[in-house]
Design a protein around this ligand. Structure first.
Ligand SMILES: Nc1ncnc2c1ncn2[C@@H]1O[C@H](COP(=O)(O)OP(=O)(O)OP(=O)(O)O)[C@@H](O)[C@H]1O
Length: 951
């Protein structure tokens, strides 16, 4: 069905033209073919049975002759598919996008499209297609679900040429990192395209973790642009922080297959990303920013060679994939690892900061992000994600954020009103970006930017008023207002140029379909024509503005108002002429319905006459030469003077459109000139959204403001795990708070306890409290004082990594080595059950060695959970290790009969409270019973345990 429609559309498209020129990639004309000749040959051959040809083989048998005899459209399709071997080509043909040849056969079924065969002289061409309106749906499947690149081949009618020629060219190559305004993108998260620049020929030598590497990442949908100088050793951690949708590597390394990890093992981590190789086409970075952003020479000199190469690579990739666009990006912001807390990829995963993996799928549900997010704007959510991915080491910045949170906690009316303002805002930064891409309707984007800025001005007025009335308690607001300067002149320029009220584009109402309704609208009570259309035009109501397609205010300049005056007088003339014609016609039959609108309520250049058959016949007879069409009970009437007048009206409208086009283009350029000042205020608003979100969370969960101290302390009273607490709250269970005190004098806590006792929860809750504190949020505790943490390390969980060929035990050892090699006295290490992945004694030996290293070499704050509490204590004593800095704690179990093995769980209560001491038992059998262990198996376990204890 779809295919037959698409074929119809090919024929329709071509039937209006004497020649078809098909062009690919904007420069080369491939083909000129006579329409009639093509149709003839196709018609002739479609009669012939095509025997013995299987579609996949026969559309191209490799011979040049066959290629030449393909019809123009298929020849172009073939050319495009061949010239974009890594892409699925979606070729616009009329109102359809189509896939051809093997791509139709391969992707048609995956997209749920029926694959049909178009039979021509020598070929049977497989094809599949879908309506243009469904492009987003299919791009989403191809790019996001099937990880394919998609080449969009659009059709451009060239109105200027008399022959009405169609051009087709690749307007865009869509990859996961070059999504711009796709409806399926989650705008609450950044969508980054990242490039990694490695020094040329570096793979000729052994991988050295200190090799300098440049990385750069861009979110095209909002214009954020970053760059960083890093090292090979840090790259997997950096990439996991950025979490790009797509990574570009230098083309020179394509045949080295870096991601197999043979040259540098951690590169295996890159396998989970969408990787592309690219050769930088232009190294002229400066020219990309000079004119637009006045980037000083000094700024450009501040970048390292690696950073510049990475930026050039990512910009060049964008240029190749989006040939027609000129995205306006922020001046690249340099990222320094030394300014942010470091989290390796496994720690990020284990702490489930922004997403959580369950059953091999990752989702934000149950992550820290979802639990704490109270932002109301999408750009605010993006900022919150950025904060969570990069907790800061800048105390001043932390204190600044805290001061806003306190201000909002203390001024709840201000917070509520401000939030209401933010809810109204919308993500107008994206409209800026779309405007710069030239995607969609510029007028719409300009109006949405103008509207956004107007709302920001209202916000500014509101804040100034609030501040005036309460300077003392709103000190932070005073600082904010000094920076918050809304470029309101832009919004004024937009509103004085465009019809602001035409924001909601209203298509003519569907319901206006009957001629009777048209009649009602056209006549006044007295039966005379009311000049309704002219009145509407004069007042420029939204519907009429759209009907006339005018966006610019008529008095914008003299030329435009002159043209509008001319149009207005022509429309008056039209109304008078119509009235006269209607009167003349109704003299034949007063019941005739005479209208200059079609049945959809649109103005047309013929007059509709509707009535009984006899009257209509009579009209046709009298005005024979002026009748254009006759149907049952309807004639379309077009006298010469009416035609002439319509032509004049059309040509004035066209002139108005041309003038408007220039005005809108100038306005667009002016707005884009100021893009960085608009983005700046928008970012300040995001900051408000995030700090308000923190304050709401603080009230909901009774969070406190943590205090930062100079010593390497982690001193928390009644700390809680926010995510577990939120989950337990849903089922009406309270979370048991616990204290933490690891300080320079007591740097290590060794925690033992029963299974399900809450050891892992306690470990994680401390890491999360530190992260929350360093993103400027309040923390779940009754009191907290924290010395800044430079790195958090985790060794949690028992997961293997089959994808990277690592066994469970190997993963454990990789993670532990990383901690022992990199933890500093300012770090926090949370280590859960080291050595449980191997045999008892060897595992214990490794756990002991890890403990000693952390205590004596790394000297970091450490929380060490283990089931080997007794054994470790014994080893420490036997080896005469100073235990001054070690504290033993256990999660409490309440039981009537703690020394007797019982399979009856009613006798123990897991309390989750930490108390001094070492747990002698894990109560594993009780937990097994709780998990539904069969009765007989439990009995065997009890017998075996008694036997082991006795021996
Ligand atoms: N402080 C707490 N208050 C309330 N419930 C808690 C607390 N800590 C943990 N829990 C509950 O107990 C469950 C088990 O906790 P956790 O996994 O931390 O125990 P564990 O001691 O590490 O167990 P195992 O040794 O078997 O790995 C959690 O999923 C949570 O529902």
């Amino acid at each position: 069905m779809i295919v037959s429609k698409s074929i119809a559309s090919i024929l329709l498209t071509s039937s209006r033209r004497s020649h078809v020129i098909v062009r690919a990639l904007g420069s080369t004309s491939y083909l000129l073919a006579s329409k009639s000749k093509r149709l003839e040959s196709e018609a002739a051959t479609s009669q012939k049975p095509i025997l013995g040809l299987t579609p996949s083989l026969d559309w191209d048998r490799g011979g040049r002759k066959e290629k030449e005899s393909l019809s123009p459209l298929y020849a172009l399709a073939k050319k495009l598919v061949e010239s974009h071997p890594n892409c699925v080509s979606l070729i616009q043909v009329g109102s359809f996008y189509e896939l051809y040849f093997e791509q139709a056969e391969e992707f048609g079924p995956k997209l749920g499209l029926r694959v049909a065969t178009r039979k021509t002289t020598n070929f049977a061409i497989p094809m599949a297609g879908f309506p243009v309106s469904q492009l987003q749906k299919f791009v989403k499947i191809l790019v996001q679900d099937l990880s394919e690149n998609v080449a969009i081949v659009d059709q451009y009618p060239e109105r200027e040429t008399t022959a009405d020629i169609i051009h087709r060219k690749v307007s865009r190559i869509i990859t996961p990192g070059t999504l711009v305004d796709e409806t399926f993108l989650n705008y609450g998260q950044n969508n980054y395209l990242a490039s990694i620049y490695l020094p040329p020929n570096c793979t000729d030598h052994r991988a050295d973790p200190d090799i300098p590497v440049g990385i750069s990442w861009i979110d095209l949908s909002v214009g954020d642009f970053y760059v960083q100088q890093t090292t090979l050793g840090e790259i997997d951690s950096d990439i996991s922080r950025i979490n790009p949708s797509e990574i570009i590597l230098p083309k020179d390394f394509q045949d080295k297959n870096l991601i197999n990890g043979k040259w540098y093992a951690p590169f295996q981590q890159l396998r989970k990303y969408f990787i592309r190789y690219h050769k930088t086409m232009s190294n002229d970075l400066k020219s990309k920013f000079k004119s637009r952003h006045q980037v000083t020479k000094k700024t450009m000199e501040g970048f390292s060679t690696g950073e510049i190469a990475a930026m050039n690579m990512v910009l060049s990739y964008i240029q190749v994939n989006l040939p027609d666009s000129n995205p306006q990006l922020d001046v690249p912001l340099q990222y320094w690892n030394s300014k942010y807390m470091q989290l390796d990829p496994r720690t990020r995963e284990a702490l489930e900061l922004t997403e959580r993996s369950t059953g091999g799928r990752s989702s934000t549900v149950g992550s820290l992000f979802t639990t704490i997010k109270r932002t109301v704007t999408q750009s605010g959510s993006r900022l919150l994600t950025q904060y969570l991915r990069s907790p800061t080491l800048d105390i001043k910045e932390i204190v600044r954020r805290q001061s806003y949170v306190s201000m909002f906690v203390e001024n709840s009316i201000l917070k509520t009103s401000l939030r209401a303002h933010l809810t109204q805002l919308g993500d107008f930064v994206r409209s800026l970006q779309r405007l710069s891409f030239g995607a969609g309707d510029s007028v719409q984007h300009l109006l949405s930017i103008g509207e956004g800025l107007q709302k920001l001005e209202n916000l500014e007025t509101f804040l100034i008023e609030e501040y005036k009335n309460n300077r003392k308690s709103l000190k932070a607001l005073g600082d904010f207002l000094q920076q918050f300067q809304v470029p309101i002149d832009i919004s004024r320029e937009i509103s004085s140029t465009l019809h602001v009220e035409s924001i909601p584009i209203m298509e003519p109402k569907e319901e206006i379909t009957s001629e009777i309704e048209v009649e009602d609208e056209t006549y006044s009570d007295s039966g005379s024509y009311s000049n309704a259309s002219l009145e509407k035009y004069r007042h420029q109501s939204p519907v009429e503005a759209k009907t006339f397609d005018f966006s610019v205010k008529r008095d914008f300049n003299e030329v435009l108002s002159g043209l509008h005056d001319e149009l207005e007088s022509l429309l008056t003339e039209q109304d008078v002429m119509f009235d006269t014609l209607r009167k003349t016609l109704t003299e034949i039959d007063p019941k005739l319905v005479v209208s200059k609108k079609d049945q959809h309520g649109r103005f047309v250049n013929v007059i509709h006459i509707k009535g009984n058959e006899k009257s209509v016949e009579e009209v046709s007879r009298i005005y024979k030469s002026d009748i254009r069409e006759k149907r049952k009970g309807i004639v379309l009437f077009k006298p010469m003077n009416w035609s002439k007048l319509q032509n004049s009206i059309e040509s004035v409208k066209e002139e108005i459109r041309l003038v408007e086009k220039e005005i809108v283009e100038n306005l667009r350029a002016n707005v884009l000139e100021r893009i960085s000042s608009i983005r700046k205020v928008s970012k300040l608003v995001d900051f408000l959204d995030v700090t308000i979100s923190y304050s709401i969370l603080a009230e909901e969960y009774k969070l406190v403001c943590p205090k930062f101290v100079k010593t390497n302390t982690l001193n928390i009273s009644e700390g809680r795990h926010l995510v577990v607490e939120a989950a337990l709250k849903e089922v009406g269970v309270n979370f048991t708070p616990n204290d933490t005190k690891v300080s320079p004098s007591e740097s290590m806590w060794i925690i033992s306890g029963p299974n399900m006792g809450g050891k892992s929860t306690f470990l994680r809750q401390n890491a999360l409290i530190v992260i929350l504190a360093q993103i400027g949020c309040f923390v779940p505790a009754s009191k907290a004082s924290i010395g800044l943490v430079d790195k958090i390390f985790t060794r949690i969980g028992a997961s293997d990594d089959l994808y990277n060929d690592l066994s469970t035990f190997m993963v454990e050892m990789v993670e532990t080595s990383n901690i022992l090699k990199n933890a500093t006295p300012r770090s926090l290490a949370i280590v859960d059950e080291i050595g449980r992945g191997t045999s008892g004694k060897e595992g214990l030996a490794l756990a002991y060695a890890t403990l000693i290293n952390l205590l004596t070499v790394n000297k970091c704050r450490t929380l060490f959970a283990t089931h080997f509490g007794i054994e470790l204590k014994k080893l420490l004593e036997e080896n005469k290790i100073d235990q001054n800095k070690i504290e033993f704690l256990r999660t409490r179990v309440l039981s009537n009969d703690i020394d007797t093995l019982t399979t009856d769980l009613a006798n123990i209560i897991i309390d989750h409270t930490l108390e001094p001491g070492i747990s002698e038992r894990s109560f594993a059998l009780e937990v097994a019973a709780m998990a539904g262990f069969p009765e007989a198996a439990l009995k065997n376990a009890a017998t075996a345990y008694k036997c082991l204890v006795v021996n």
